[in-house]
Structures are given as C-alpha cells and as structure tokens.
Design a protein around this ligand. Structure first.
Ligand code: PLP
Length: 379
C-alpha cells in the first residue's frame, strides 16, 4: 500500500520541545526532577485554575493509582467506576486489592449515568459497604454531567477521582476539566491531546495533598540522611526530559484543541445530514469538549444494513485508522465477574460506535481522503 497511514491520533510537536530537552541535557538534569518538571507543573496549574496544585507523574495510570491511595482505598474496599472507559481507569482498583463496581453511561455525554450511579451507591450501602471513591471519566474529551455527579458525591460523601486523561482543554460551565474531583488525573501518553512521550499528572486542591503525592511518587522517603521509610512508596515521578517535551506542548495546547475541534466540525459537516449516523457532540453550551477523538454511532437499521464495521474496513482499505469505541469494563473478560449497575447503553455504544481520525496534525489532503471514504459509505 503506498498511501501513507492516517492515524486516529498521533503526536504533534509544537516546535520548542527540543529546546527544553536540550536545556535539560546542557544542565545535566537527566533525572526524574529538575526545572522542566517544576516548570511543566506551573504551566499546568496556570492553565487549569487559580487554586490547583499539580504533581507531574510517569503516567496517567500512575496518577489514578496514587489518587486512589490518597483517597484511602485499601484491600477489600469498593470503588465505583464508569464502565465505558479505557482499562487504565479501572486497573489501579485491582492493584490495590479493592473491588470495582461498574456503572453504565447516559446517552448525552456517554459518561457515568447519575441514575445508575445513585442506584449503585444505595445498593452497595444497603449491602453493608459504602464505596470509597467514584471514578468518573470525561470520555473522548466530553465532560461528564458535572453538576449531577458532584451532587451525588456530596450527598453520599464519596470523593470523586476525576479521570481527565482525555480531557485536557475541555471545560464545563467555563471551568476546566481536571479541577472538579477531590483529585484529578491527566495523561500525556503518545496519543493524547498533548504528549510527553509518556506521562501523567495528579491535580490536587491543596499544596499539602500535592506534596503528599510527590512524596509517595518518590519512594516515600522520610526526612533523614539515610534511606528511611514509614510508608510504601512508588517510583512514579515524571522525568525532567519528558517534562521538557511537556513544556513545549503547553505552548500549543490551545491551538491543538482548536484543530481537534475543527476535525469534529469537519465530521459534522460530512455526516450530520446522513440518516442513521450520529456525530457525538456537546449536549448544551455548558459542555466544551476538546474533541480529543471524534466519534460517531451508526444505526444499521437506517443505513441499509451498513455497520460501523463496514465503515472501519472501508477506512482500513485506504490505510486510514479508525477504532470501535471503548469496550465497557463490565464486558471485559478480566472484569466481568464484578457488580454492574445500569442497562445496555454502554454496550450499545460499543456495538455501533466508531472513533475517527482526529489528530491536530491532519492536513487538507488527509481530510479529502477521509471524505471520499465517507462519501462512498453514504451512497
Ligand atoms: C490514557 C488514559 C488513561 C491512562 O493514561 P496513561 O498515561 O496512558 O497511563 C486513563 N484513563 C483514560 C480514560 C485514558 O484515556
């Protein structure tokens, strides 16, 4: 095949990343600490809100793991988790020997359903165990129903671990995603809206909590000249090299959000009038998605039997990557034995949904290759 590959979401450098990395080499800060780590954290804090404290970590998964540790999750505890998500949202529950309790999504944001969540909370409490935390996800950059979910979290006094790995640059009622939970999680993996090649962050609302996170992320060393430990530690700090990439990426984050949103607008103009195809879009102006990935749902009853798989294979034949939506956790072999609350919404999204190429680095030529596959599918 001689047509170059069009990816779902690939790294897009802004230009100054190498300069920050070079500074790290020049000063010999080739370690999981240094000026780029501090600088990247400051950039993120300034971007997100006035009152947040960010700890840069080696991955978003590490941030979820540490977040659960900081929320006091212990072996045997229960943790509520949006089922429709990437496995990294749920795996750290298992790392801690806790039990995931999965919850269905609602149709507007595809994120955790307030009704199913309340049903789950009440039922777990009636069975004698109050869940320790709620992991809510802003899927594909779409904010979850923040007001409704926060109301439940406050009513039942269960903290939210806000998985904002896909939603840096998104906001709800003008407030940035990542800042709503007791703790927030960001990811800078290679496919995310900005990347440090690999990395993540924990967003806290007090300096003390951030410092505790950094302490645990650097092997929980007590203040002593020798190595002294009173707690279990982790090696989860971000490298100063990777943080240099992050500082360069922060300079172009807003521009990249606009470019991702342009891809979403492109799909709307191509597909909005097509019967049987729904382009995943904000339900109201309260929601502002970075549209990290543009996604659609196909109803084969209205497309003469053409399914999302028909379209996926048509893209594949043209060397264009597309991908089914996340397979819900309660349907995964490793997680299917755990309790699940809700109906079939997440399962149906998985069955009929497709993520489309969404990178901020796609060109007009890429868009016309994509458009010709879509045109063929429509006819
Ligand atoms: C990417 C992602 C993570 C994990 O982040 P890593 O940096 O890859 O460990 C967690 N949750 C969601 C929803 C993600 O998309």
């Amino acid at each position: 095949m001689n047509k170059s590959k069009i990816w779902l979401s690939s790294p897009h450098m802004g230009g100054n990343e190498q300069q920050f990395v070079k500074e790290a080499f020049d000063a010999n800060w080739v370690a999981p600490l240094g000026p780029n780590v501090t600088g990247f954290e400051t950039d993120l804090e300034q971007y997100l809100a006035d009152d947040v404290f960010v700890g840069a970590l080696s991955s978003g998964t590490a941030a979820i793991h540490l977040g659960l540790v900081l929320l006091g999750v212990q072996p045997g505890d229960e943790v509520l988790c949006q089922s429709m998500t990437f496995s990294a949202s749920a795996n750290p529950i298992a790392y801690l020997g806790a039990t995931p309790i999965f919850v269905d999504s609602e149709p507007e944001t595809w994120n955790i359903c307030p009704n199913a969540l309340e049903e789950a909370i009440k039922d777990r409490i009636s069975k004698g165990k109050k869940p320790k935390a709620i992991i809510a996800v802003h899927l594909y950059g779409m904010p979850f129903k923040v007001d409704a979910i926060l109301t439940l979290a406050n009513r039942y006094e269960i903290p939210i671990l806000e998985d904002s790995a896909e939603a840096l640059g998104s906001s709800y009622q003008g407030k940035k995603c990542g800042t709503f939970g007791a703790l927030g999680v960001l990811s800078f993996n290679g496919n995310k809206i900005i990347t440090t090649s690999g990395g993540g962050a924990l967003v806290a609302h007090s300096k003390a909590l951030k410092e505790k996170a950094v302490f645990l992320a650097t092997q929980a060393r007590d203040a002593a000249p020798h190595y002294q430990h009173s707690e279990i530690g982790y090696n989860y700090r971000l490298s100063n090299i990777c943080a240099g990439i992050g500082r360069g990426q922060m300079e172009v984050l807003d521009a990249h959000v606009q470019l991702r949103r342009k891809m979403h607008a492109f799909y709307q103009s191509e597909l909005d009038s097509v019967s049987g195809i729904l382009v995943f879009t904000e339900p109201s102006t309260d929601f502002y998605s970075n549209h990290w990935l543009s996604a659609i749902v196909i109803d084969p009853k209205k497309t003469n039997g053409k399914t999302r798989e028909t379209l996926r294979l048509a893209f594949e034949a043209e060397n264009i990557e597309s991908r089914p939506l996340w397979k819900p956790m309660h349907l995964q072999p490793i997680f299917e034995k755990y309790p699940y609350y809700g109906g079939t919404l997440a399962a149906n999204l998985f069955e009929n949904g497709l993520c489309l190429p969404s990178g901020s680095n796609l060109t007009d030529a890429d868009r016309s290759r994509i458009a010709s596959v879509l045109t063929h599918f429509k006819n």
